[in-house]
Design a protein around this ligand. Sequence first.
Ligand code: NAD
Ligand code: DAU
Length: 353
Amino acid sequence: MPHSDFARKIAITGGAGFIGSNLLQHMVRKYPDCLFVNIDCLTYAGNLSNLVGLEQAGNYRFEKIDIRDNQALAACFEKYQFDALIHLAAESHVDRSITGPADFIETNIGGTFNLLEIIRRTTQDGSSFRLHHISTDEVFGSLGPKGYFTEKSAYRPNSPYSASKAASDLLVRSYHKTYGLDVVTTNCSNNYGPYQFPEKLIPLIINNARNGKPLPVYGDGKQIRDWLFVTDHCEAIDLVFHKGIAGETYCIGGHNEMENISIVRLICKLLTQRLGCQPLDRLIQFVTDRPGHDRRYAIDASYIKSQLGWEPRFTFETGIKMTLDWYLENQAWLENCVSGEYRKYYETTYSNR
Ligand code: NAD
Ligand code: DAU
């Protein structure tokens, strides 16, 4: 079907990553009258095999473009005449931002700026183009033992990653205030679930444990994160994208605070039962803490609940079992990620098109 025949033409940046691929699996099937164009440059974190099954969907396209490349982006916007963008593309891993911040500044700030400028320049009236900017609770910094992040919390980012996301949030805000762009921003807590690159805590622990490798726990392991199953995040994005009020921000969280060490011990317990092996918690190793490590994140998600009726569906107990099942059933996916073999999927499936 020609692009012009779709009811809406929606660009999704970062659609080959963890959350982006789960979001595309959700949206492409749910909205067959909309065209979804995945704009992703396939960094180490971009894996097109996360999107298996969508290649043949009539309302899905892939464009291998770096959001730092202004000309390529402009040509893509010209080609599809988008009327909306859900912006997820980012360098996302805090540890990498500590060892090499430059890519985070260039992609998360520079890439977001490029997108904002293209929307501003190519739409007659900014308010006819919806931009949903996907951000993180890390922009708010660290909580003490009490209290929650809300839409009113001050920005106090502590890592180059969170500082770059904070800068991008503020740029997006400024384009609403100054140029009237129709923007919504969501700040979400830690996601977990299928297709998460095994550098993040949960898939890293699953992968190392099943291979009998050490399980690194930073510092005392008592840092707290608020975990949300990724499909719950995707449903929240769907709601905010369609019904959120222009200029508003929405905090999204799982009402599920856990210490890192409790998560690691739980994964060890569940995997030990599944694999029928020696207790895997013997592999836990406390290692040097992450510099600037935020102690606690927790979201008060009452605004999105009262305004849009969103609540997480999955308890952590259910979500972590589904996640473990998925990684055990998809060990080839894990092996491919760790070995870098997943890159061949692009070469064989897409590059000849
Ligand atoms: P991810 O690292 O798994 O995926 C990022 C994707 O962006 C990859 O496909 C990568 O190839 C692409 N990308 C990176 N740089 C690019 C560039 N210059 N041009 C085009 N594509 C590029 O990340 P994720 O965990 O799926 O996170 C997605 C978004 O959600 C990010 O903006 C992140 O800040 C935000 N977020 C993540 C979490 C979480 O727990 N993972 C929580 C809250 C918010
Ligand atoms: O809060 C949302 C953020 O969650 C997102 O914005 C980020 O993109 C995402 O990466 C995530 O950031 P975290 O730093 O919280 O996630 P990570 O999985 O890297 O670490 C989770 C916690 O576990 C954190 O306190 C650090 C700790 N950790 C992590 C790793 C990789 C360990 O103790 N050992 C590890 O090996």
